[in-house]
Design a protein around this ligand. Structure first.
Ligand SMILES: Nc1ncnc2c1ncn2[C@@H]1O[C@H](COP(=O)(O)OP(=O)(O)OP(=O)(O)O)[C@@H](O)[C@H]1O
Ligand SMILES: [Mg+2]
Length: 351
């Protein structure tokens, strides 16, 4: 029992009132007749009346006290309840023996819920601020570049045959980059809001990987990087959204080329793990520092080594990979050793 409970307060008050009554009764009796205490009837009367007084005063105190407290907290309770429950479900607390406990438990629970909510809102606000900052930063570079090229062309460059075509080409490249950033952002926004509908089918991951390799062969050749895929003929059937997995493979293979060393190699391996197929893409490129590794899947994150050796990255590719794999209920992971190479892997359900 808590010391401030109405029951305990009423009990103390009833004891005090009864004790005062008994004392006054005894003093009064002694004044009227000193030997009255030796008689049975006055004593029986005293015991009975004191008991009755005790019970009545206890009940009156308790009722008044609870009414008073109840009237004070009812409004608070009601407003908390109307926030907690849906419209029309507002419940008024009943005055029963433990209504204060009920109310205090509910308020405590409500307070915990609210503090979690506030924490989440703060994180969301922080994320929103960072996101807007990152987006505007990413958009700024190509926009300023375009502005620079156009101004040069307007300032007479248009007539200069040595630069006009070149500057238009550069403008086109910057526009292309802007479009890619916006497309990636749109993709991330859709994946994060859960609006992305996956078109799950059964497909051969080996065949899909070969298709992606074919498309990236030119890029790899420019850096003299060999893309090595297992020779096996047997298909590896998995379940997933083929187009989204194509994007995952493209992003990972592009990274292995982008952050790979000249004359390097990227090896693609498949591992049969009972219910899943694990696909791994291993390069022998610049690698990622151990402290950077957990962050590479964050949107807009670019490790300092990567940034230095390849400035055009947007830092969105791996965030998209992570979201796509999570939407599949699967995971993507990475391990790396600086100067040795990096391995990215993801699993898909075998069918
Ligand atoms: N294979 C790799 N080897 C070394 N570093 C890598 C590798 N893959 C990714 N990284 C690091 O992780 C960072 C994030 O990669 P991510 O693919 O998300 O972005 P990006 O390649 O910079 O740009 P984009 O959005 O165009 O893909 C890169 O900037 C790079 O620093
Ligand atoms: Mg990338």
């Amino acid at each position: 029992m808590k010391y401030y409970e109405p029951r305990l307060i009423s009990l103390t008050n009833a004891i005090v009132v009864t004790a005062i009554y008994i004392i006054l009764f005894i003093i009064g009796a002694l004044i009227i007749s000193p030997d009255v205490l030796h008689h049975l009837y006055p004593m029986v009367y005293l015991v009975l009346s004191a008991s009755l007084l005790f019970i009545i005063s206890f009940l009156v105190f308790r009722f008044t006290l609870e009414r008073f407290i109840y009237s004070k907290i009812r409004l608070i309770y009601k407003s908390i309840h109307s926030i907690k429950t849906k419209k029309g479900e507002v419940k008024t607390p009943r005055i029963d023996t433990n209504f204060l406990d009920v109310v205090s438990n509910e308020v405590e629970q409500w307070q915990q819920e609210k503090s979690i909510e506030i924490k989440q809102l703060r994180q969301l606000e922080q994320y929103r601020r960072e996101f807007i900052g990152n987006v505007s930063h990413e958009l700024k570079t190509p926009l300023f570049n375009i502005q620079g090229y156009v101004l040069t062309l307007l300032d007479g460059g248009l007539e200069d045959a040595t630069i006009n075509k070149e500057y238009l080409k550069r403008t086109e490249k910057s526009i292309e980059r802007l479009i890619r950033i916006v497309e990636d952002l749109d993709e991330i926004a859709q994946l994060e809001s859960g609006q992305m509908q996956l078109n799950i089918t059964r497909f051969d991951i080996l065949a899909l990987t070969r298709e992606v390799i074919e498309l990236l062969e030119m890029k790899a050749r420019k850096k003299k990087i060999r893309l090595v895929c297992p020779m096996q003929e047997k298909p590896l059937f998995v379940e997933g959204d083929q187009e989204k997995i194509r994007q995952v493979l493209t992003n990972l293979l592009e990274n292995s080329i982008r952050y790979g060393n000249e004359k390097g190699r990227t090896k693609i391996s498949f591992f049969d793990m009972d219910e899943h197929i694990l696909t791994e893409i291993t390069d022998n490129g610049i690698g990622i520092e151990p402290e950077e590794l957990p962050r590479v899947f964050e949107r807009f994150y670019r490790a300092p080594r990567g940034r230095a050796s390849f400035s055009k990255g947007k830092g969105l590719g791996l965030a998209i990979v992570k979201h796509i794999m999570e939407a599949h209920g699967q995971t993507a992971n990475a391990r790396s050793a600086t100067g040795v190479g990096t391995t990215f892997g993801f699993t898909l359900k075998k069918v």
